[in-house]
Design a protein around this ligand. Structure first.
Ligand code: NAD
Length: 403
């Protein structure tokens, strides 16, 4: 019996091997075996501390009510308050949220932020709701979670399907439900807020910027230089589109992009800024005039130096890994590669830069925001970038040393 089966048997829980929570915990347990950690620590890491599920009604614009299911999983808080994003997506489930919460524990520890790990969300398609419905749902979700979050206890942030506006609604709801003496510091209950409501300079680009600093630090030993690489992206939302725009500033060439609306390719390079504008107005990459439409398999098979998944979990299966043509895969999304996919990529000599490093820029700038809110400070953009670079480079060096 391997370590994962042994631990889950002791915890009296069972998961299929294609379950994303099983896969993440198994990766953590295999590493803890190598590090010869004591048995009780393995048990602790294999089970979140708290799994909160809330059901709450929301009045829709047509006057009817709908009951929503929301989650908050608090994996670990040994190193500080629970910290992690809130996702609004149809695929949100308890095991998904548990997996993402465990990843957050590892990520904040790697960057040495004073946080633990958490994640949450609602199983919903946010695009199917009106602006007002989205606001009412967010406010009801926050009130339902109110006793379980707090600036010193659990600090949510944006993730897939949520943004600065949603964080502002969460903070405002929390503040209004707080005792008057706690209201002043109440907005630091969430990060990723708009700048005019205590958000930091550069939060939007933070995850993409962090990835660029990691690539600067680690690509040279693979014989690549950020300024001359070709690359492809899955996902052109917050992380994908900022990665695209920032890599373009360095001179890198974006050959192909795929999102939920389709896949596109342009051999001379896709204009990342123009594509960001197109996605903002149309909702996806499909129909972008300055590129050709391609199939999913043609997207995966596009030869690039660096392949960057920046969308959802488990997209790179063994089958997709067999057709990917790249030298380095940089995991901008959380857990984008299945264990079988990872084995297939490594067997083909493709280097994988892990998500807990590559996308840690977001939580790092969230930490700066939390710190500024608590100290009533406001850093300028250059200070945010300088500090982000310092922490990301140090984390990249730790990953290199451990690897
Ligand atoms: P987002 O909602 O802004 O964008 C998600 C992107 O994924 C969109 O372009 C969407 O079209 C694409 N997508 C969804 N389903 C798809 C499918 N079936 N096939 C292809 N593409 C699909 O989300 P985001 O904030 O950019 O997050 C992306 C990833 O990065 C997630 O794994 C998230 O957990 C991780 N992450 C985000 C942050 C952050 O600061 N936003 C920080 C750390 C990690």
């Amino acid at each position: 019996m391997d370590i994962t089966q042994t631990i889950f048997k002791e915890l009296d829980v069972s998961y299929g091997s294609d379950n994303v929570y099983y896969q993440i915990i198994s990766a953590i347990l295999e590493s803890s075996e190598r590090l010869q950690l004591p048995h009780h620590l393995k048990l602790l890491m294999a089970q979140p501390k708290n799994e909160i599920i809330v059901h709450f009604p929301v009045r829709l614009d047509d006057g009817t009510y709908r009951l929503f299911k929301g989650y908050r999983v608090q994996h670990n808080n040994v190193l500080g308050p629970y910290k992690g994003g809130m996702r609004y997506h149809r695929s949100v489930s308890l095991d998904h949220v548990k997996a993402l919460a465990a990843i957050m524990t590892m990520k904040t520890a790697l960057v040495r932020l004073p946080y633990g790990g958490a994640k949450g969300g609602i199983k919903v398609d946010p695009h199917a709701l009106s602006h007002d419905e989205l606001m009412r749902m967010t406010r009801r979700f926050t009130s339902a979670l109110c006793p379980n979050i707090g600036p010193d206890y659990d600090i949510p942030a944006p993730d897939v399907g949520t943004n600065a506006q949603i964080m502002a609604w969460m903070a405002d709801t929390y503040v209004n439900l707080s005792e008057p003496e706690n209201r002043l510091g109440g907005i630091s209950v969430v990060t990723g807020k708009p700048i005019e409501y205590g958000g930091p300079q550069g939060r939007d680009k933070a995850t993409g910027q962090g990835l660029v600093y990691v690539l600067d630090e680690l690509l040279p030993e693979t014989g690549l230089d950020v300024r001359s690489i070709s690359y492809s992206l899955i996902g052109y939302g917050n992380v994908g589109s900022w990665t695209g725009r920032l890599l373009q500033e360095r001179g890198a060439k974006l050959l192909a992009v795929m999102d939920h609306t389709g896949a596109i390719h342009h051999a001379a390079g896709i204009d990342a800024t123009a594509l960001a504008r197109h996605v903002e107005t149309t909702g996806g990459v499909a129909g972008f005039a300055s590129a050709d439409s391609i199939t999913t398999d043609e997207f995966y098979a596009t030869k690039v130096d660096v392949f960057i998944p920046a969308a959802l979990e488990q997209m790179i299966t063994e089958e997709k890994a067999a057709i990917i043509q790249c030298r380095v895969l940089a995991e901008a999304a959380n857990a984008p590669v299945t264990p079988a996919g990872e084995r297939a990529l490594l067997a083909r000599g493709i280097a994988i830069l892990p998500a807990i490093l590559c996308n840690a820029g977001g939580v790092t700038v969230s930490f700066f925001e939390w710190k500024q809110n608590r100290q009533s400070e406001s850093w300028d953009a250059a200070t945010v970038d300088r500090e982000l670079k310092r922490l990301m480079v140090a984390a990249a060096q730790r990953v290199r040393a451990s690897a």
